[in-house]
Design a protein around this ligand. Structure first.
Ligand SMILES: NC(=O)c1ccc[n+]([C@@H]2O[C@H](COP(=O)([O-])OP(=O)(O)OC[C@H]3O[C@@H](n4cnc5c(N)ncnc54)[C@H](OP(=O)(O)O)[C@@H]3O)[C@@H](O)[C@H]2O)c1
Length: 164
């Protein structure tokens, strides 16, 4: 399992159910990395997607504990991170949000981070991989800029051997 996330300088990822930044180059990269793969997300992140529907051209798995929850058509339901990981397989991407990243990070071997070099008020965060034991920066791209917003792609890898 891999995760993909866009974070602010303090690892903020969202506010009031929405993203903090809209960088079209980053959305394009997200689409190209995840296209044809399985994506795993929490119910709240699914709700935040356009039309609250699964992402096109990908197999979508949503996590919910609510026994009455009915996922939208074409979206599969998992009841725990472990069930989602087993359903999804090792090539899948965890795409958020905060609760799901936190719980699935121990199942991930790699995280594709878009570091936005700006601050924005957030109510949802990703664990700080620069201080979290067991993670190291593997590659760090050049600083890019779109509409005055500077950002950088940084890949982190787990130092633990994982088969998920
Ligand atoms: N910057 C980024 O890259 C990025 C990416 C994705 C999302 N986001 C942002 O993150 C925010 C949403 O994150 P969030 O933490 O509020 O919500 P979330 O992680 O998307 O979803 C939380 C929901 O997942 C379900 N869930 C959580 N743990 C579970 C478990 N162990 N087993 C089964 N189901 C479980 C629960 O659904 P039920 O309530 O139905 O039980 C819970 O309410 C938004 O602001 C969004 O824009 C940012």
């Amino acid at each position: 399992m891999q995760a993909i996330v866009a974070v602010s300088e303090t690892w903020g990822i969202g506010r009031e159910g929405q993203l903090l930044f809209h960088i079209s180059a980053d959305l394009k990269r997200f689409r190209s990395l995840t296209a044809g793969h399985t994506v795993v997300m929490g119910r709240k992140t699914l709700l935040s997607l356009p039309g609250s529907k699964g992402l096109p051209n990908r197999r979508n798995i949503v996590l919910s504990r609510d026994p009455n929850y009915q996922p939208p058509q074409g979206v599969e339901l998992a009841r725990s991170p472990e069930e989602a990981a087993a359903l999804a397989g090792p090539d899948a991407f965890c795409i958020g949000g905060g609760e799901i990243y936190r719980q699935m990070l121990p199942l991930c071997s790699q995280v594709y981070v878009t570091r936005v070099l700006a601050e924005a008020e957030a109510d949802t965060f990703f664990p700080d991989l620069d201080t979290l034991p067991g993670w190291r920066r593997e590659t760090e791209g050049p600083v890019l800029e779109e509409n005055g917003v500077r950002f950088q792609y940084v890949d982190y890898v787990s130092e633990e051997k994982r088969d998920t």
